[in-house]
Design a protein around this ligand. Structure first.
Ligand SMILES: Nc1ncnc2c1ncn2[C@@H]1O[C@H](COP(=O)(O)OP(=O)(O)OP(=O)(O)O)[C@@H](O)[C@H]1O
Ligand SMILES: [Mg+2]
Length: 249
């Protein structure tokens, strides 16, 4: 274990996943997953299509539920907590596939994100996310469903940020987006982590960007973690390069 890793593991895990097994019917999707996300870290999970990344994100929120193992958040066992109670714990997620409310306006979608903390800082937070994503500011009264794909992705992330989460879970924020938008979204994540100390757990197929961004990373293959290390270590790992970093990126 490197000195850096020892230092990281000395920090308290904000999210700790231990031996988690999740099934769809009789089919096992997660085969006993162990992951730690320490306070103040950006941790990424990479893996091929169907590896189980989204299943893990959803299992953290209790749907589907882990059949075995434990999920601990801020020292509290949340494995069997109802989903709506998990959402109140200062964990926000931007799920895969830009799941915004299509018939609501951009503004109303952002209100939904702020509802969880009783609109405590609505104006300041609205200002903050519209500075991050000026596109959304121009379109506050447009319906979510009529936004472009990239704009919907920005809205999904902005909505998650409206609740001022301590832990932000992002499932493939770069999916289907132009390189410039991907860069913008990753810059926002980096800034939120550096300036606000927001802890981020990021699922990505865009392994090059995710590993460059992340302090630590895990690789998932068919429902099991096969590799972990610092973002840099995995970027330089020949197995990772061969499987996830086509042509070195
Ligand atoms: N509701 C479901 N019912 C049955 N099987 C499912 C369900 N959802 C996912 N699966 C299966 O579980 C496995 C893991 O899927 P998951 O969506 O977690 O993968 P992923 O790593 O997020 O993939 P991708 O990168 O394509 O998003 C896949 O084989 C998938 O077909
Ligand atoms: Mg997925």
């Amino acid at each position: 274990m490197s000195a850096v890793m020892q230092q990281e593991s000395a920090r308290a895990p904000l999210l700790s996943i231990r031996g988690v097994k999740t099934y769809y019917g009789n089919i096992i999707a997660l085969k006993g997953v162990d992951i730690d996300v320490n306070e103040g870290e950006i941790v990424t999970l990479i893996g091929a299509n169907g590896a189980g990344k989204s299943t893990l994100m959803m299992t953290i929120f209790g749907s589907p539920r882990a059949r075995e193992g434990t999920i601990t958040y801020a020292g509290r066992d949340i494995t069997r907590l109802p989903t709506h109670e998990i959402a109140r714990l200062n964990i926000a997620q931007s799920p895969e596939g830009r799941r915004i409310f299509p018939r609501m306006t951009v503004y109303e979608n952002l209100q939904m994100g702020a509802a969880i903390n009783q609109f405590a800082h609505f104006d300041a937070d609205l200002e903050r996310v519209t500075v991050m994503f000026p596109r959304l500011k121009e379109r506050l009264h447009q319906r979510g469903g009529t936004l472009s794909g990239g704009e919907q992705q920005m809205l999904a992330i902005a909505r998650a940020l409206m609740s001022r989460p301590k832990l932000l879970l992002l499932d493939e924020p770069s999916l289907g987006l132009a390189p410039l938008v991907v860069k913008q979204i990753f810059d926002v994540i980096r800034e939120l982590n550096r300036k606000d100390g927001m802890t981020v757990f990021l699922v990505e197929q865009n392994a090059y960007h995710a590993l460059k961004l992340a302090h630590r990373a895990y690789v998932m293959v068919t429902g099991a973690i096969t590799l972990s290390g610092s973002g840099r270590e995995l970027l330089e790992n020949p197995q990772v390069q061969a499987a996830y970093l086509e042509g070195g990126r």
